[in-house]
Design a protein around this ligand. Sequence first.
Ligand code: MN
Ligand code: MN
Length: 469
Amino acid sequence: MAEEKEKSAGKLLEEQLTFRFPHIGKEAPEQVEKAAEFCEGYKTFLNAGKTERECVAETEWMLLAAGYAPFDAKREYRPGDKVYRINRGKAVLMTTFGELPVSEGIRINGAHIDSPRLDLRPNPLYEKEDLAYFKTHYYGGIRKYQWGTIPLAMHGVVVRKDGTVTPVCIGEAEGDPVFCISDLLPHLAAKQNERKLGDGLRGEELNIIIGSLPFADDEVKEPVKLAVLKLLNEKYGMTEADFFRAEIEMVPAQKAVDVGLDHSLIGAYGQDDRVCAYTALMAEIETKHPRHTTVTVLTDKEEIGSDGNTGMNSDYFSHYVQDLARHEGADVNEVFAKSLCLSADVNAAYDPTFPDVFEKANASYLNKGTVLTKYTGSRGKSAANDASAETMARVIGIMEDAGVYWQAGELGAIDAGGGGTIAKYVSRLNIDTVDLGVPVISMHSPFEVTAKLDVYNTYLAFAAFFAGE
Ligand code: MN
Ligand code: MN
């Protein structure tokens, strides 16, 4: 055995005083298998929930299986009891009652379950040159050119005249057709190639091909459109007028898959922010006897600014906390003031192919753990929830005590762009709040990429948050 070389004074001091976030694969290779196992459930969740409504339905099913019941203000609850509430089928709140009264503050974990997509317009169906199309209106921040020439699935609901809500889903089951947006062949794209990238495909060009065979009758003006309507009528009992009573989202038909020869990554649509929704949900479900009462909220509308009554800029969240407070005879303002919230959302992982938009020392990296983001916003931290040093210290302390791999990150280089999360809508209620979540490559694209080790450590962080302090 070779004798260990004695470390120089400088090397020792360097070890003592400087800091780098480790690569989990080097530091804790034993986590690779556990993370892979955890992510099998995550992939199932992604495939089951490609819209906010589907995520809520899947979540409710998981909650009921885990012994949760709808919150009932008339009932008494003991520590460890588990309740939930659904807001309009698009957002869900869950609680595990703690040992301490809610007046000692609650532990809040909030993720969003809406993702960028193409919504059908109120009057979407048209025929042009013997092809039938859907007109769409994009939802959230998308790079439009990424949505051409990929298989799309149709998800949503149609409310019929008698009030029945019919779920729609085409493009997911074995043998289902899919849909697509066309793009030009390179041979004829000389002029289109001169467009700026953001204009590569324009909003009015995001038209989805849905059929090409006519209803064979010369009397009919738009026979391909009619043939498509006939098929929709047979499947869902709907007519063209029912589109005005529908919410239909076109999303990538691709299922969640492993990426890389080593299976270390996950590629899927909608990981922003269902990756934090799933990890938050699993942490909530597995929390048995927390000290502080928990509230996990999976919310809607984050991608369009959290507005609308199912988004975090609605009072539905604070009404729920008010109900919990009233139930114990506590003052809700006192509950807010003593609470701590994780805004569970993704951050942009450093992408070596596009280094210019990151500042290396303050970027997050794949496989270095869950990302603590002190502030988001743009320019001079505009519209950011800038978490206090004290809040950072509490959350870092919880993660360090539990041995969670975490890293710090900003949302890209200064003035490269920016963005926001639900954090500011929670901190507005006088709640200490900070962003924590999974680093993502190709965020908001039809095929976002995360690392399994980061997903797993985000789950560990959320579990420690509910168990800790
Ligand atoms: Mn997000
Ligand atoms: Mn987003």
